[in-house]
Design a protein around this ligand. Structure first.
Ligand SMILES: [Ca+2]
Length: 356
């Protein structure tokens, strides 16, 4: 992701609509107000405000179009939020009276019950990094660092896929990408390296050993390809500045399921470069110096790592473009590497609790 623009397609913002009614002949209001936040586990009291001379014969309640309860009158409904996933839920009441139906709806946001644990870091080692590499993807496998360098030739840049010697920062092997294509996230799985592209809506599949392009596929998870990683069974991708992570089939690249990422404040947007580490997803947040640790089962952010002092903004050269972007995990050596776009260094870090 190269250029600044406003991208906020998160469900949390889109669905902050006002309550609405359908086929309404009398004024019925529903509470809570649309967009009200609840911590997962809290109870939601859904109430209808009916006119004094109006008698409801029955009320059917639905959440995201699934019927959850029927009441014989307009009395309040209590909903246990721990039965639901994180994110925005549409609550609808179908009110029946005298053979007529009226519908009224609202929505709520279910957020994590816990605030993410704030973590810090220690630098264990520093390695050189190619300052001409606009890092869009980073992984480490069998002693080799794989890096995706993004850019268009028309902007004086060029995209590539590289194998890098981590100690020297030198390129061992490189596959150049078409001049009109902006390379994005990469991941190594089975005997292939998969590389996304920014606007081109295509993914590339390379032979891991030769870096020869084997095939292409249509990227269907969003307008823009951003980050990519895998857990050995599935691929995970971020897209277009959202809080969504799409879980993809590793062979046909179709979406298997979607993870909506939230913390205790709301959706966590701008998820960018990814890494799968010991059952958790690590994502750096575009234009921030934070990495969030996400439980892929729930989408809950469980930790937030503050890296603002690693390569601080006053040291940077590129007027905001040279942001933190790149997380790689050496599973055998238990080493965590991070870098950024055009950064001069790649850092091996250890995540620690902040000093009191
Ligand atoms: Ca990565």
């Amino acid at each position: 992701m190269k250029y600044k623009h406003i991208l906020n397609l998160s469900a949390g913002l889109i669905l902050f609509c006002s309550c609405n009614t359908k086929n309404q002949s009398v004024n019925i209001n529903i509470s809570p107000d649309a967009g009200t936040n609840y911590k997962q586990g809290e109870k939601v009291e859904v109430k209808l405000d009916l006119p004094v001379d109006y008698k409801a014969d029955s009320v059917v309640y639905l959440i995201d179009s699934v019927r959850i309860d029927t009441k014989k009158d307009g009395s309040a409904l209590s909903v246990a939020t721990d039965a639901y996933t994180l994110g925005t839920k549409l609550i609808t009441a179908k009110v029946y009276s005298g053979g007529k139906e009226q519908e009224v709806s609202t929505n709520i946001n279910i957020l994590t019950a816990k605030t993410p644990e704030l973590m810090s870091f220690e630098v264990e080692k520093v390695f050189p990094h190619d300052t001409s590499s606009f890092t869009e993807g980073l992984e480490y496998h069998d002693g080799i660092l794989y890096e995706s360098d993004g850019g268009y030739c028309k902007d004086g840049q060029k995209s590539s896929l590289r194998k890098v010697n981590i100690t020297t920062g030198k390129v061992i092997q490189q596959a150049d990408v078409d001049c009109n294509t902006f390379a994005e996230g990469i991941t190594v799985i089975d005997n292939k390296v998969i590389q996304l592209t920014y606007h081109e809506r295509v993914g590339y599949v390379y032979d891991k050993n030769t870096l020869k392009l084997q095939s292409k596929f249509n990227y269907m998870q969003g307008e823009e390809g951003w980050g990519l990683c895998n857990d050995g069974k599935h691929l995970y991708t971020t897209t277009t500045g959202t809080n969504q992570i799409f879980v993809m089939d590793k062979d046909n690249y179709r979406t298997v399921r979607e993870i909506d990422v939230y913390d205790d404040k709301g959706p966590v947007n701008n998820l960018n470069e990814l890494e799968y580490i010991d059952g958790m997803l690590y994502a750096n947040i575009w234009e921030m110096d934070d990495i969030v640790v996400i439980d892929p089962k729930t989408g809950a952010v469980v930790q937030r790592i503050d890296l603002s002092t690693l390569y601080s903004k006053p040291q940077r050269q590129k007027d905001g473009a040279d942001v933190l972007n790149g997380i790689a995990w050496d599973a055998a050596g238990k080493r965590l590497f991070v870098t950024g776009k055009d950064w001069p260094k790649l850092y091996q870090i250890k995540i620690v609790k902040p000093k009191a």
